[in-house]
Design a protein around this ligand. Structure first.
Ligand code: FAD
Length: 315
């Protein structure tokens, strides 16, 4: 029976979402392809087993980390050619998309990016035009190769005992053209990851300055949530770009999304409109964010947020 490949190097929510999606296809057993340094597969094997991985192809070698994505793409393309999986799922994040694109070119294969759903017939669902239109499409040439957008579905566990298969890593000189010379490891704060948080409190241009973003941070901390920002806020230097939510930022789908001082442009909505409950605080009662908000407060965020914080602290 054919296998469905899931490419994953980390035990995180997106990996569990991909495993859940792969299991639901009914196309075959779910095999995870790990492309990383020695020890990567062992460090996540238990987590992969909890979400139904029946096999782990472990391609592990320092060369996969020493260069940019070309060696990983080369090893994956070889594995696909050898095993002819029924479908290949990759994470729709920068590295996953770049690997997918390189593999598609080298195999002459079709590719669908940013999918949020996939059927056993290979029909994918994709939001396009900043999420204003949903299309269904299918790869017509080669094996369905898709990148899966974070927060597309709720992961569901299923116990399995994965078989570990060691994959030889042979990389051409052509794939070693760009070496990594340094990696910056950022200190991890106490807040949850933006894309995985159950609560996201985001600020927009209405926050007014980098200093005043502390109002957003304090409220996020009170709720144990992550901080997000609109592009206008990140472009203005109020908050770092990596916290941008939207079409050209992260896609989030928390239980609670609170937008303060954000107008609700379509490009912002593209990254948060699937949140379970949306609360908006805006001075302008005609702001489009209110069109998608479950609860809206027309008012000044600098008054509303401290008052709400006081009430929460008392309760
Ligand atoms: P504004 O639209 O200026 O809105 C500020 C809001 O704050 C207003 O509604 C105002 O009434 C309110 N306000 C002001 N002061 C207060 C106060 N004291 N209390 C309460 N409310 C107050 N945007 C994104 O966010 N993410 C993206 O990924 C993204 N990608 C883009 C990609 C492209 C190709 C393009 C063209 C644009 C993209 N944008 C993106 C930009 C987007 O079009 C908007 O410009 C941006 O989202 C606006 O951010 P904002 O709502 O913070 O600012």
């Amino acid at each position: 029976m054919a296998e469905v490949f899931v490419v994953a190097n980390a035990a995180n929510k997106l990996t569990y979402e991909m495993l859940t999606m792969a299991r639901g296809l009914g196309m075959g057993d779910v095999a995870v392809v790990v492309l990383g340094a020695s020890g990567t597969a062992d460090s996540i094997a238990d987590n992969l087993a909890e979400y139904g991985a029946t096999k782990i192809y472990a391609a592990e070698d320092g060369v996969l980390e020493e260069f940019l994505v070309a060696p990983k793409a080369e090893v994956l393309a070889k594995l696909i050619t050898e095993h002819q999986p029924a479908a290949v799922l990759l994470p729709s994040v920068q590295e996953g998309k770049e690997i997918a694109a390189r593999v598609a070119v080298s195999l002459g294969n079709g590719l669908l990016t940013d999918i949020v759903g996939l059927t056993g017939e290979g029909v994918a669902t994709q939001p396009i035009f900043a999420g204003s239109t949903i299309v269904t499409s299918r790869v017509t040439k080669g094996i369905p190769l898709v990148t899966v957008r974070p927060n597309s579905l709720t992961p569901s566990p299923e116990a399995a005992t994965p078989e570990r298969v060691t994959v030889p890593v042979e990389v051409s000189d052509q794939a070693k053209l760009v070496a990594v010379t340094d990696r910056v490891t950022e200190a991890k704060g106490d807040r949850p990851e933006l894309t995985e948080a159950g609560v996201v409190v985001s600020g927009g241009r209405g926050v007014g300055s980098a200093e005043q973003f502390s109002v957003i941070e304090e409220f996020a901390d009170l709720l144990g949530g992550a901080v997000g920002a609109s592009r206008a806020a990140t472009d203005a230097g109020y908050y770092p770009h990596k916290f941008q939510v939207g079409q050209t930022g992260s896609t989030v789908s928390p239980q609670l999304y609170l937008a303060a001082g954000i107008s609700g442009a379509i490009q912002h909505r593209a990254g948060m409109q699937t949140s379970k409950t949306i609360v908006a605080i805006n001075k302008d009662d005609a702001a489009p964010i209110f069109d998608i908000a479950d609860f809206g407060v027309v008012g000044d965020l600098f008054k509303v947020l401290p008052q709400a914080a006081e009430t929460i602290k008392k309760s």
